[in-house]
Design a protein around this ligand. Structure first.
Ligand code: APR
Length: 174
């Protein structure tokens, strides 16, 4: 049974097979977790991102981790929150789904996600955490991933994830 855990800290320090970046459609860097990942990975990461020619919202693309302890970075583009009526939920779920597909393609056993879209993009944190956990639980088995870390940069996000992860696991509706 794969493990889903919430941890507090900086995603750039984790020795996992892959970390996920909360990027923008250009994939050419930014602030927040994106800026931290680019600083820690070194300039080779930007050079690799340039070859990807951007990424659509709700999708993700992979690069090596370069100077990071993580072997891979999956650059996911979350939606900007516009009130919830612009497919924000589906687009956010798409990021998590695509990252699990990339995990399978890259034989990733351990994976770490930040709280995609909940910073500059203003997605409500609790709603985002529920989508993150539900989508990962749904797709985990097919991915081959054994450990998923939800990396929380502040106490509020950490408490949200802790509560949701310790709650009842929903019965799949297939
Ligand atoms: N480790 C883990 N989480 C982090 C880190 C870090 N080093 N730095 C920030 N975070 C958290 C934030 O606290 C927030 O909960 O990551 C979450 C996502 O916040 P943002 O980085 O602002 O990402 P997002 O809301 O998806 O906005 C994406 O920001 O910088 C740009 O290029 C990026 O334009 C894109 C936009």
């Amino acid at each position: 049974m794969a493990n889903l855990i919430a941890i507090r800290g900086d995603i750039t320090t984790l020795s996992v097979d892959a970390i996920v970046n909360a990027a923008n459609t250009s994939l050419l860097g930014g602030g927040g977790v994106d800026g931290a990942i680019h600083r820690a990975a070194g300039p080779e990461l930007l050079a690799a991102c340039r070859t990807l020619h951007g990424c659509a919202t709700g999708n993700a693309k992979a690069t090596p981790g370069f100077r990071l302890p993580a072997k891979w970075v999956f650059h996911a583009v979350g939606p900007v929150w516009h009130g919830g009526g612009h497919h924000e939920d589906e687009l956010l779920a798409g990021c998590y789904r695509r990252c699990l597909e990339l995990a399978r393609e890259h034989q990733t056993r351990s994976l770490a996600f930040p709280a995609i879209s909940t910073g500059v993009y203003r997605f409500p944190p609790q709603r985002a955490a529920r989508i993150a956990i539900d989508t990962v639980r749904e797709r985990l088995e097919a991915s081959g991933v054994e450990l998923v870390n939800f990396v929380c940069f502040n106490q509020e996000t950490f408490s949200l994830y802790e509560d949701l992860l310790s709650g009842p696991v929903p019965v799949p509706t297939v």
